[in-house]
Design a protein around this ligand. Structure first.
Ligand SMILES: NC(=O)c1ccc[n+]([C@@H]2O[C@H](COP(=O)([O-])OP(=O)(O)OC[C@H]3O[C@@H](n4cnc5c(N)ncnc54)[C@H](OP(=O)(O)O)[C@@H]3O)[C@@H](O)[C@H]2O)c1
Length: 271
């Protein structure tokens, strides 16, 4: 049975989709453990959630790229006498550039934050969830995870594809156990993501406004899909159409289309 107010741990809660997911969980009566590197942002959000929703919220500053960070975060939750009934694996950034030209430390950190930490966190909280017969795991993947490989996103796209398959499998393994698992697949979303990887100006020029969603809409759709125990949630009708088209088009053709669009954009990641 869940505690009177179950606790959800949200990674990458200092901005964007993670912060909005924390707000949605709080609005549904969850207590929140908020983690990311920027402590002041987390503290401000914790205070906002407590004032707005009368829940308990606290910050656990951590860099998930560091070895031992998952244990440190989970240890901080346990020290407060709390158990993790909800887990949102959201932290990440969109490191771009040709594989051979991006430094290994950056790529290793990306794998650690967006793949290893997701799997480690899930593995460490799942036994408690199944034991109590209640749990929620939301993995923030991407529409990219439903699409073929794309130059300049050498690790990003495969990581997100992994998260979709990982979530589907965990979903199936836990059917009937009271544990819901969902991969959330947003398309272009207004957050700090494209500022961090410095692609905003170019992308906003190249993509129509209707392809973009706000983080609150994405978070609401993700929460609803998780509650409904849907294994995958692609947000927004245009993104769902793109995901469907990608499933219907032969892979070779999809790759040729990707190469053609890269030529049109005039970007060569190896330049
Ligand atoms: N925006 C989009 O268009 C889009 C589309 C599809 C999927 N997504 C996915 O959505 C997720 C959230 O991205 P967003 O768009 O909300 O971007 P964002 O606004 O830049 O937020 C990213 C969050 O991840 C945290 N983070 C990054 N590196 C971290 C690290 N080493 N340790 C701990 N926390 C870390 C950041 O916090 P600190 O900097 O404070 O550590 C921040 O809270 C990502 O997984 C991304 O791949 C985004």
């Amino acid at each position: 049975m869940p505690e009177p107010r179950p606790l959800c741990l949200v990674t990458g809660a200092s901005a964007g989709i993670g912060a909005e997911l924390a707000r949605v969980f709080a609005a549904h009566g969850w207590d929140l453990a908020l983690t990311a590197r920027r402590a002041e942002r987390l503290q401000a959000l914790a205070e906002e959630l407590e004032a707005a929703h009368g829940v308990e919220a606290f910050a656990i500053p951590a860099d998930l790229a560091q070895a031992g960070a998952c244990d440190a975060v989970l240890g901080a939750v346990a020290e407060r006498g709390r158990v993790v009934s909800g887990l949102v694996n959201n932290a990440g950034d969109g490191l771009t550039g040709a594989f051979a030209q991006v430094g290994w430390p950056e790529q290793a950190a990306m794998l650690q934050v967006m793949l290893t930490a997701v799997v480690e966190m899930s593995h460490k909280v799942l036994p408690g969830m199944t034991g109590r017969g209640f749990g929620r795991i939301l993995n923030v993947a991407s529409l990219a995870g439903k699409l073929p490989g794309s130059p300049g996103q050498t690790l990003y796209t495969p990581i997100k594809t992994f998260l979709v398959r990982f979530s589907q499998t965990l979903h199936l393994e836990n059917l009937g156990a009271g544990v819901h698992v969902t991969a959330l697949c947003p398309g272009f979303t207004f957050t700090e993501f494209h500022d961090v990887n410095q692609s905003r100006a170019k992308l906003e020029k190249l993509t129509p406004r209707w392809l973009w969603q706000d983080a609150r809409t994405v978070a609401r759709q993700g929460y609803a899909a998780l509650e409904a125990n849907r294994p995958v949630c692609v947000t927004g009708a245009p993104n769902r159409a793109i995901a469907l088209a990608s499933r219907l088009i032969p892979e070779d053709l999809a790759l040729s289309l990707t190469a053609w669009s890269q030529r049109r954009i005039g970007r060569r990641w190896s330049d």
